[in-house]
Design a protein around this ligand. Structure first.
Ligand code: AMP
Length: 283
């Protein structure tokens, strides 16, 4: 049975009982609308830890004023059923008031890693993420916490935050789960019209093609980015926020692939913003 926990006090009591038995704990933070990407995180947690907790919290502070907070898909009953099937021990689903009581005034910001990619396009987003994930880690005190490489900038921001704040947790990155046409699974894919869904695979195809060519020709970054913009525009993407090649450690854009790097993109199909990234070479 997956226990449903709503309060910090109940979460701490559950975790304390497990700790008394010497059990290890894995945490899987999510915003719900669970799909096989989330369940892959849960499977990694189950494999590494005696106990696993999934969290479901649609965090208002990581959405911009014009973003899809109100429309974000919510179906806790379906999420709970999936976690049950995945043998996750607990679902922690606090209210907004539980997470941000009256008077709440603290924000965690991570500099540098948020300068590029989604940072400038979503002001305040990573501060919202870093703040809520700090809270979840301090509330649940897991041994390990699991995050998807699909949101690679988020993964690196969380790694930096946990290290800088001396939070004793191992942050584990999990490879992106994809559809047959390589579109990364995302809760937001359900917003896509049938026509847009058919065009969406141009995004991972473009990233994979660029990654393949740059592994053979590391100096061709500018040419490949220009090619990528054309590919997405030809496939019907309405707007491309960015295509960048970045060093995986610093997330600073590069024009020459010398260190381990990934190619990153964010682009709009209709009113849906898709993001994805692809590793260059085997590094
Ligand atoms: P979200 O509910 O979209 O905030 O995502 C919760 C966690 O699941 C984050 O760590 C995401 O990176 C991860 N995630 C989302 N989509 C995928 C995917 N397709 N494959 C692997 N992990 C994913």
């Amino acid at each position: 049975m997956t226990a449903v926990i709503r309060t910090v006090a109940d979460l701490r009591a559950t975790v304390a009982a497990w700790r008394r038995n010497g059990e290890t704990i894995g945490l899987v933070p999510t915003m719900g609308a669970l799909h096989d990407g989330h369940l892959s995180l849960a499977a990694h947690s189950r494999a590494d830890n005696r106990r696993s907790i999934a969290t479901l919290f649609v965090n208002p502070t990581q959405f911009g004023p014009k973003e899809d907070l109100a429309a974000y898909p919510r179906d806790e009953a379906a999420d709970l059923a999936k976690l049950q099937s995945a043998n996750v021990d607990a679902l922690y689903a606090p209210s907004v008031a539980e997470m941000y009581p009256k008077g709440f005034a603290t924000t965690v910001t991570v500099a540098g890693l948020t300068d590029h990619l989604c940072g400038p396009h979503r002001p305040g987003h990573f501060a919202g993420v870093a703040t809520v994930v700090s809270k979840l880690l301090l509330q649940a005190t897991p041994d390990r916490a699991y995050f998807g490489e699909k949101d690679f900038q988020q993964l690196q921001v969380i790694r930096r935050m946990a290290a800088d704040l001396d939070i004793p947790v191992r942050i584990v990155g999990v490879p992106t789960v994809r559809e047959a046409d390589r579109l990364a699974l995302s809760s937001r894919n359900r917003y896509l019209s049938a026509e847009d869904r058919a065009h969406a695979a141009a995004l991972p195809r473009m990233l994979a093609d660029i990654a393949g060519r740059l592994s053979r020709e590391p100096g061709a970054v500018a040419r490949e980015i220009a090619w990528g913009f054309h590919q997405l525009e030809d496939a019907g993407f309405r707007k491309v926020d960015y295509i960048e090649v970045c060093d995986v450690a610093t997330l600073q854009p590069t024009r020459q692939v010398t260190a381990p790097s990934r190619v990153f993109a964010a682009a709009w199909l209709g009113r849906t913003r898709l993001i994805d990234n692809w590793q260059i070479g085997a590094a």
